[in-house]
Design a protein. Structure first.
Length: 463
């Protein structure tokens, strides 16, 4: 299996200083399952490429795996592991480039701290989720992603493998940490036994980018081999890193249900579609997305020319940074960029910048607020900002049993409450009455005859 890292930063051969691998040498590093080779196919002032080639000893790998699993069948010897970039490559990368992953360079400290133009290529990555999942995981981290399904001859006719090329301006240490964490996540498998120590590895390697990632639930679940107790420990640790903020993405529970279903779209995309329909019916031209997270709704709004003014607001500076990267703000066409504004602000504090919009959206936001802060949010949004239309979505607790949750369990560790349909109807009616709005309630997602829909949406129109 092969990984190449290319830079065009001048002098490009400084890549060797950061990786601590000399461009003029071919170096070998023994692994428990084979040999990792580092060499440079090209090394010039304007362009330099480092290659990590992993030679897997199938017999040695099979023996260690059969001892751990008790499986000595032929499939342990004949599989895609020697050819596709899986957890084997992640482990080799972690060991061979261990110093580079720390982001420290005594010889080139400024270079180690700088974002570099990088291109990373992986000819074959096993991916449970296909090219779309590759984009979902890497694009929020600032990468321009090319992902193409490619059959691996002799192993899968249904193109389970993906050819991946990433381009972006990223610190080399961050790029290596992205690969170290996400390669086994794409594969949804590891070649070694997963214990509680993997939680430390995940949090240490993921850091702030993982805490703010819109798919952190899926990442943690897959990286920790679907062990619920480890996931809870990881989320608790990540909450210490992340600032509390809402997200427009699915909760870990919703993601897991979507993976096991035959639904054509994940719930968060259906939710965005429902919000867009409500906004279209309101004839709004300016929209404020409160709790914008990584910017998925903002992207959809910018795709529709009827919205001439689009603003995303979030309490988390990290979320604003992720939105900037996910929306590719630095490469956004000028006319599109002129319609967009990103601001840091809280829905529970008066903010003059929230006023003057035709519509405001709180998509999967209110459940992240302590119940005692809801009146403050109501005053800020409905009383002071007073857009003509307000769209609010939140989980329907009646549906939680369909996710296998108990009566008092919630879909996400950061949710402070989840309302059933009666609670939501009572709250929306009270808010509409206090602030002079009409409200209608709609369901979002698959309809269950008894439980309703997974998401409930209130559309407020001002009298």
């Amino acid at each position: 299996m092969l990984l190449t890292i290319t830079t065009t930063a001048n002098p490009a051969t400084d890549l060797g200083w950061l990786l601590r691998k000399h461009p003029d040498k071919v170096q070998a590093f023994e692994q428990t399952f084979g040999t990792a080779w580092v060499f440079y196919p090209e090394a010039g002032e304007d362009r330099c490429t480092a290659a990590l080639l992993l030679e897997v000893d199938a017999a040695r790998l099979a023996r260690s795996h059969s001892r751990a699993s008790g499986d000595g069948s032929i499939k342990q010897y004949v599989n895609d592991r020697p050819y596709a970039a899986s957890s084997l490559l992640a482990v080799a990368l972690g060991k061979v480039f261990s110093t580079a992953r720390t982001g420290v360079s005594e010889e080139r400290p400024d270079l180690a701290a700088a974002a570099l133009p990088l291109e990373i290529a992986l000819p074959a990555v096993p991916c449970k989720g296909g090219p779309e999942l590759v984009r979902d995981l890497f694009e929020p981290l600032g990468w321009e992603v090319e992902a193409t399904a490619v059959p691996l001859p002799g192993f899968d006719a249904d193109s389970r493998h993906v050819r991946v090329r990433l381009r972006g301006e990223v610190r080399l240490s961050e790029a290596l940490s992205h690969l170290y964490v996400l390669l086994p996540v794409l594969d949804d498998a590891k070649h070694y036994w997963v214990d509680i120590g993997e939680v430390d590895k995940l949090v240490r390697s993921g850091g702030e980018w993982l805490a703010a990632h819109p798919r952190r639930g899926l990442i943690a679940r897959r990286y920790l081999a679907h062990r619920r107790s480890y996931e809870r420990a990881a989320f608790a640790r990540l909450e210490e890193v992340a600032e509390a903020a809402g997200s427009e993405e699915e909760s870990p529970v919703e993601e897991e249900a979507a993976e096991g279903s035959e639904a054509s779209l994940p719930l968060h995309r259906i939710r965005i579609g429902a919000v867009m329909d409500a906004l279209a019916a309101s004839d709004a031209a300016s929209v404020l997305d409160l709790g914008c997270g990584s910017g998925k709704l903002l992207d959809a709004l910018l795709d529709d020319p009827r919205y001439t003014r689009v603003t995303g607001a979030d309490v988390s500076s990290r979320a604003i940074g992720m939105a900037e990267r996910a929306l590719r703000l630095d490469r956004m066409p000028e006319r599109r960029r002129a319609r967009l504004q990103l601001i840091q602000g809280s829905v529970v504090y008066r903010d003059k910048r929230f006023a003057g919009y035709d519509a405001a959206v709180l998509m999967e936001v209110i459940e992240h607020l302590d119940p005692g802060r809801l009146p403050a949010m109501e005053r800020v949004v409905f009383g002071e900002a007073r857009p003509r239309t307000v769209v609010v979505t939140t989980p329907n607790a009646d549906f939680n049993a369909r996710y296998g949750l108990g009566r008092h369990e919630m879909r996400h560790d950061d949710h402070r409450f989840e309302w059933d349909r009666a609670d939501f109807a009572a709250w929306t009616a009270a808010v509409a009455g206090r602030y002079g709005y009409r409200v209608r309630i709609e369901g979002v997602g698959t309809v269950d005859p008894e439980a309703g829909t997974p998401t409930q949406m209130g559309v407020f129109d001002r009298d």
